[in-house]
Each structure stands twice: as structure tokens, then as C-alpha cells.
Design a protein. Structure first.
Length: 256
């Protein structure tokens, strides 16, 4: 997102890791086991609980599809990612759900609600956001108000994003795809009305995120996969792609 202003507020990027210790992470992750994962024997068992007949399709991909769906016994709608499974493993959606469980108590992070699976499919239920993505919001605001976003609102937005990213890193997770498109307002009111209070935002799309810490291996602070959004990719990731570097670390999020 071009948040180069962070350079002055984080004099030493390594401070992020200096504040981390294994006891802190283990304590913060103690809630992860509270989540239950349901395996339905048949697809009909799952359809008896979720109203996919009236679900709204948001996107369809080669591996996964995204819907707005609701539980049949409740009126609230949720975001649902459905991944087609192969014989090898659960891929991105399962990986995303595991990292979101770690981040479940971090403000301004899309909250995980549930996971379940049927034969050949894995389902991830997430909190639904009703507002615009930050890129759409900025364009619409200028068109409607015929002026730029007030400085105070920019400060609130940046602080919310940076606080979330810092806490995410303290819990050992790197997003790797931060962009304006992956930050959403939680309600329409933040877009339609004058913004006079702290905007309620959330970071989404953790399918390419990486957990840097595990009980088995400790810290694995370096990465080498080529990921990121065009226009937001950190130079060190591009250097790995060009072969002039072998790895990068959590600081790629700070550049984005």
C-alpha cells in the first residue's frame, strides 16, 4: 500500500521480533483449540445446515469459490470459501483457516467463524463485511465529496492497519498480500455518511499468509515463495524472483 511513512515510526524492524517470545505466542494461541471442525459424511448433511440454495456467488476459481451464505437457523450472513480438495492435501483455504484461528482475537482482522468439510470439499466460514474495499472507497469518496479524504480519517485508517499488522507479526503470521483491495470497511455507513468516528476496517485474504512460528520448529523467519499483489510487492520479493536474493522476511508487509 506504499506505507513508506512507517519508516519513521519503526526505527529498527527487528524490534518486532525482539518483543516476541515463545511463551507469549503459546499463551496467545491457547484459544485455537476451542474451534471445532466438522466432517459431514454427505453433502446433504451439510446442506441441511447451510442455505446454499439462496447463496450469492462472489467469485469462482479453479480451486475455490466464494459465496455469501447463511446458516438455516440464523439470519446472519457469512462469507464462505469452498475449496475443492484433491488426494494430496487441503491447500490454501485450510492453510488460511489455521492462520486466522491464531489471529482470531486481533482487531481489524477478518474473523473466522467455522470450518467444516464434506468429501472432496473444505469450507471456511468468515465474518461478512458490508462496506467497500479501501481502493473503491477512496475513488468513490473523491467522486461524491469532490475533495480528498480528510487527514484525520487517513490517520485513523493507517493506525488501524498498522496496529493489526504489528499484532499479526507478533503472533508470527505474515500476510504477504497486503493491498488496498484486501482492506474492507465492515459497514456501508462508513462509505455513505460523513466519517466522523474511527472507521471500522478489516484485513482479508489470508490464503497466501505464512506462519513463521510453530511449536515443532520454532521461528522460521525467512520465506522464498513469489507472492504478492501487483503494485504492492516489496522489492525483496522481486529480488528473489530475479534471482538476486534467496529469501525475504516479515518486512515485506511493511513495504506493502
Amino acid at each position: 500500500m506504499g506505507l513508506c511513512a512507517t519508516k519513521n515510526t519503526i526505527e529498527n524492524d527487528e524490534d518486532v521480533y525482539d518483543e516476541i517470545d515463545e511463551d507469549f505466542i503459546i499463551e496467545s494461541m491457547s484459544h485455537v483449540d476451542d474451534y471445532t471442525h466438522v466432517k459431514y459424511e454427505t453433502q446433504q448433511d451439510m446442506l441441511d445446515r447451510f442455505d446454499f440454495e439462496n447463496a450469492k456467488v462472489l467469485s469462482e476459481g479453479e480451486i475455490s469459490d466464494v459465496y455469501y451464505v447463511k446458516y438455516k437457523n440464523f439470519q446472519d450472513h457469512f462469507l464462505c470459501k469452498v475449496e475443492q480438495l484433491n488426494d494430496d492435501s487441503k491447500v490454501s483455504t485450510f492453510h488460511e483457516s489455521e492462520n486466522l484461528k491464531i489471529l482470531a482475537k486481533v482487531p481489524n482482522i477478518n474473523r473466522i467463524r467455522d470450518t467444516f468439510e464434506v468429501p472432496q470439499q473444505y469450507f471456511l466460514i468468515l465474518e461478512k463485511y458490508y462496506g467497500l474495499a479501501l481502493d473503491q472507497f477512496l475513488i468513490s469518496y473523491v467522486e461524491i465529496k469532490e475533495q480528498g479524504l480528510p487527514e484525520e480519517v487517513c490517520k485513523f485508517i493507517l493506525k488501524g492497519i498498522l496496529d493489526a499488522v504489528r499484532k499479526m507479526h507478533k503472533l508470527g503470521v505474515v500476510h504477504r498480500q497486503l493491498s488496498l483491495e484486501h482492506i474492507l470497511f465492515k459497514s456501508h455507513e462508513e462509505y455513505l455518511n460523513e466519517i466522523e468516528t474511527k472507521p471500522d476496517l478489516g484485513i482479508i485474504s489470508f490464503n497466501k499468509s505464512m506462519e513463521l512460528y510453530s511449536k515443532e520448529k520454532g521461528f522460521e523467519a525467512d520465506m522464498d515463495a513469489i507472492v504478492g499483489c501487483l503494485g504492492y510487492v516489496a522489492p525483496e520479493i522481486q529480488q528473489v524472483e530475479m534471482g538476486t536474493a534467496s529469501e525475504y522476511n516479515f518486512k515485506c508487509d511493511l513495504w506493502s
